[in-house]
Design a protein around this ligand. Structure first.
Ligand code: SF4
Length: 80
């Protein structure tokens, strides 16, 4: 799924890197690097990171509504 972090909002609290270390990482003290196309299996962690971000800087596709995305035939369907 796709995600975007508004780096203008991000304050480098690293909550996301703590909760979803496979998606987010701190680069130095306060700059965040992240994978804008997170694995489907990261969904739950990603949801937690989104919820935990103190400034709501993270926006992710297909997280709300808990839909499984199966019906929409999204790009992520290279089922392994
Ligand atoms: S939790 Fe939010 S503010 Fe903190 S590093 Fe992640 S995106 Fe930035």
């Amino acid at each position: 799924m796709r995600l975007v972090v508004d780096l203008n909002k991000c304050q480098g609290y690293a909550q996301c890197a703590f909760l979803a270390p496979d998606v987010f990482a701190m680069h130095g003290e306060e700059s965040l690097v992240y994978n804008p196309r997170a694995e489907e299996e990261q969904r739950e962690r990603l949801a937690r990171a989104v919820a935990a971000c103190p400034v709501q800087a993270i926006t992710a596709d297909g997280l709300d509504g808990a839909g499984d995305g199966a019906a929409s035939g999204r790009e992520a369907s290279d089922g392994r």
